[in-house]
Design a protein around this ligand. Structure first.
Ligand SMILES: *Cc1c(COP(=O)(O)O)cnc(C)c1O
Length: 392
């Protein structure tokens, strides 16, 4: 109302910088200034910018076939779906173009499963405080962020929100109308909150006891980010449904809803769909990203780099105890909880050539490309130390 109208809608807090080129861990703006990218398109460019194998896969596919309808197969689709099924818990995959679309599919399939299984009254889903699931009506209704919901009533009903990592609260929230549980194993936007192993295992036990589906939103924490292809593998918990996006396409619009046979057997032609889902360009990119991630010791590299970054950030926290409250995270998904406004600090870091992604609770989020090397971790930490020492 009192903001100037820009041709692009003012729904983002955009820095007045125009990016023109990316190479590996670095981005370049139109003045030639270079930035070390520890935000990675917000946990998206898992293989960094301009990865040659992914770029050439996209170019080759563009020459062959861009798009065809889902009334036929395409060879990149069959290949990618088969590979995801063989590499994960899933027996069947639905493809979309964004994280919200993958979560939306999960929400629909939870309800659909209960309906087809003879329990239509089971239509409510337990979700968590601090959760973020995307921006569609269903996703903001499921999420824990009041700002994202403001002005959009009536919201979609059927979500019961409880405290994260609180198994007793989940137990108390289960009723005859509960259909499933939707949770991020590591909350991203909510401030990098890591679920406890006993908590996720407890959720699985509750789901089995009450006939509920367990759904993980791994849009941000999954796909290599925490040191395994899917993050629940680290927890030794097997879900019924998983939403993945962000890293899966390295920045190309691509997402997937992974499901076990129990869920997939309740679906049939016409019950869901997406025009761009399974698009050959996206499938070709997905295959190329997976080629790189399945190379020997890729995930081990993520764990080693994640541990190194966390160590270094913990050392910074010890040196600036008045500014840093906590360092937490898993793999290359690390949050530094600040005692000062994280947005202003992130602006100062950007001016000094480091991109990070602030999130809820004044947490500075480090989600660099998974290809980061030790030198870039040291470079990032050095910039953080310099800015903290100089400006605070
Ligand atoms: C980013 C994100 C989403 C939404 O993804 P979009 O591609 O923006 O729709 C959903 N869930 C989680 C956990 C996310 O981090």
């Amino acid at each position: 109302m009192n903001q100037p109208i820009t041709p692009y809608m003012p729904v983002y807090r955009r820095a007045p910088i125009t990016m023109v080129r990316g190479q590996g861990m670095y981005l370049y703006d139109d003045t030639g200034k270079c930035y070390l990218d520890c935000a990675a398109g917000i946990a998206t460019n898992a293989l960094g910018h301009g990865h040659p194998h992914v770029v050439s896969a996209l170019k080759n596919q563009a020459d062959l076939l861009w798009h065809c309808s889902n009334n036929t197969l395409n060879n990149q689709l069959t290949k990618f779906a088969e590979r995801l099924v063989s590499e994960t818990f899933a027996d069947s995959v639905f493809f979309g173009s964004s994280g919200s679309e993958a979560v939306e599919a999960c929400i629909k399939f939870i309800r659909r499963y209960q309906f087809i299984s003879g329990h239509p009254q089971r239509n409510r889903i337990i979700t968590f405080e601090g959760g973020f699931h995307g921006r569609s009506m269903a996703c903001i209704s499921a999420g824990g962020n009041d700002i994202a919901r403001m002005g959009y009533a009536p919201l979609l009903g059927g979500f019961d929100r409880v405290a994260f990592n609180d198994l007793a609260a989940v137990k108390a929230a289960i009723t005859d109308a509960t259909a499933g549980i939707l949770i991020e194993p590591v909350q991203g936007e909510g401030g990098i909150n890591v679920a406890e192993k006993t908590f996720l295992q407890g959720l699985r036990a509750l789901c089995d006891e009450h006939g509920l589906l367990l759904c993980f939103d791994e849009v941000q924490c999954g796909y290599g980010r925490c040191g395994s292809l899917l993050t629940h593998e680290l927890y030794e918990v097997t879900p019924d449904l998983v939403a993945v996006a962000k890293g899966i396409g390295n920045g190309f619009p691509l997402s997937a809803c992974l499901a076990n046979a129990r869920v997939a057997s309740t679906l049939s032609a016409g019950c869901h769909g997406s025009t761009y889902g399974s698009n050959p360009l996206a499938m070709a990119v997905g295959n190329a990203v997976l080629d790189v991630m399945l190379e020997k010791s890729f995930f081990e590299h993520v764990s080693v780099m994640g541990a190194a970054l966390k160590n270094e950030l913990e050392a910074v926290a010890r040196d600036f105890p008045a500014l840093i409250k906590d360092v937490r995270g898993l793999g290359l998904m690390i949050g530094v909880a600040m005692a000062i406004p994280a947005r202003e600090l992130s602006d100062a870091l950007r001016e000094n050539g480091l991109l990070v992604a602030p999130c809820y609770g004044d947490v500075l989020r480090f989600v660099p490309p998974l290809i980061t090397q030790r030198e870039q971790i040291d470079e990032a930490v050095e910039i953080l130390r310099k800015v903290l020492a100089k400006q605070y």
